[in-house]
Design a protein around this ligand. Structure first.
Ligand SMILES: Nc1nc2c(ncn2[C@@H]2O[C@H](COP(=O)(O)OP(=O)(O)OP(=O)(O)O)[C@@H](O)[C@H]2O)c(=O)[nH]1
Ligand SMILES: [Mg+2]
Length: 191
């Protein structure tokens, strides 16, 4: 059977597990664009445990099953082993942490430069944009040298800014996963 495997990578604590859980929650609800409503203020949410090793979550979306494969940030040397089997790649960057953006960009370039990445749709996600004084997408694009990125990678590269904890813009990622629509161009939410 044709497996829709989505590789979710990014350095430690950028929000990979949170994003996958949010995708699962949003696709469970009838209207996938409904925000997750929580009575619990964010500061009281429990800290997550880091993912040790590799985790796969199978999520049914519109009669298809998608395998979201997270490779814990600690295993970044293994990322490239899983590119070939992936239909799409989601690469998360933590917008709240200025100190890790350069490292995240170096790792990202390595993945994009890998021969197996050629032709695989690639989504760069700036997460945690709810945190004030974070990194802006424009700054990340400069650090990444966006102008040369697509050419070098020979893949279509998309961008998205999200809050994985609240679900903001995660519906755009879901649309990208199932339909390939550009998250930056999806301005109006579907009902
Ligand atoms: N403020 C804020 N915090 C977030 C957001 N997304 C994730 N976090 C928090 O960031 C921390 C790390 O999130 P994880 O989802 O475990 O990150 P990860 O990338 O899976 O981490 P590893 O498995 O260790 O590689 C947790 O405390 C999350 O609650 C977000 O959008 N906003
Ligand atoms: Mg994790």
């Amino acid at each position: 059977m044709d497996v829709n495997e989505i590789l979710v990578i990014g350095i430690n604590s950028c929000g990979k597990s949170t994003l996958i859980d949010t995708i699962e929650q949003l696709t469970k609800t009838e209207k996938k664009t409904e925000p997750i409503v929580s009575d619990v203020p964010f500061r009281f949410t429990f800290p997550r445990n880091p993912t040790h090793g590799i985790e796969i979550k199978k999520i049914p979306i519109e009669k298809q099953i998608y395998h979201f494969r997270e490779i814990g940030g600690a295993l970044r040397t293994m990322w490239c082993n899983f590119i070939k089997r992936s239909k799409k790649i989601i690469y998360l960057i933590d917008a709240s942490d200025h100190t890790t953006v350069a490292a995240a960009s170096v790792e990202l370039r390595e993945v994009l430069g890998h021969p197996d990445s050629k032709g695989i749709p690639f989504l760069i996600v700036l997460n945690k944009i709810d945190i004030a004084c974070g990194v802006l997408l424009e700054e990340v694009q400069i650090v990444l040298r966006l102008d040369t990125l697509e050419e070098e990678a020979r893949s279509r590269i998309y961008f998205c800014e999200i809050v994985a904890t609240s679900g903001e813009n995660v519906d755009k990622i879901i649309d990208w996963v199932i339909e390939g629509t550009d998250p930056k161009k999806t301005t109006k939410k579907k009902s």
